[in-house]
Design a protein around this ligand. Sequence first.
Ligand code: PGA
Length: 253
Amino acid sequence: MRKFLIAGNWKMHTTAIEAEALLKALPEQLQDAPNVDVAVFPPSVYLDLTKRILGGSKIFWGGQNIASEPKGAFTGEISSIMLLDFDSTMVILGHSERRHVFGESDELIRKKIDLALDGGLIPIICVGETLEQREAGNTETVVLGQLQAALTGLNTDFVNKVVLAYEPVWAIGTGKTATPEQAQDVHRSIRNWIEKHFDKHMADSMRIVYGGSVKPANAKGLLSKPDIDGALVGGASLKINDFSEIIKAAKAS
Ligand code: PGA
């Protein structure tokens, strides 16, 4: 049985005071939720605060990105080792904002995936198509192409650790969500791809979460689909009541 993962991506939001309030409110959201993991991805300057508040709780945390090199003269970058210093266990890689705003290529993202896995971090690898690509009928080609660049040649012990996030670019921060059926179709294709290129056991155990305007109102519909194993939540993860409702939807699914 796959466990749900509800992950909050705080992006470049929150002051230290807001971050502290959110972090303090989180642990109680996880009462009686044996079928749900929760993770948060605060801006990296708050990872120390996160470790101090969430240490000893069941909640996971991590970074929103890492550099593609392990160390060196890379002004402004954060390494995987630095995330590990603050007991991070996960990192978001290949988010559409990294791909489309910062121009990260599949090759660069793959270097980051290798570094994260070498260091013992679980990467949440994001894939997803733009609106133009969807309208041109290229969703599957784009998503599976990104997947291929991210996973081909990785050893199976590493692939076993990966979490995948399907995040259609047109649904992120726009209020437009993929319908549960649209999301399920892509999740199914991703799982089939994993089975074809690795094996059935790996496909059955891999967590594939959905992201893109997940809110309390649409969480239940999405999470009830057989191949949707959780949510990567942006905006709604900044409101504790909304995030809590999404966790509740997972608990009940
Ligand atoms: P959103 O962001 O929920 O605000 O659309 C999701 C994400 O970027 O991971």
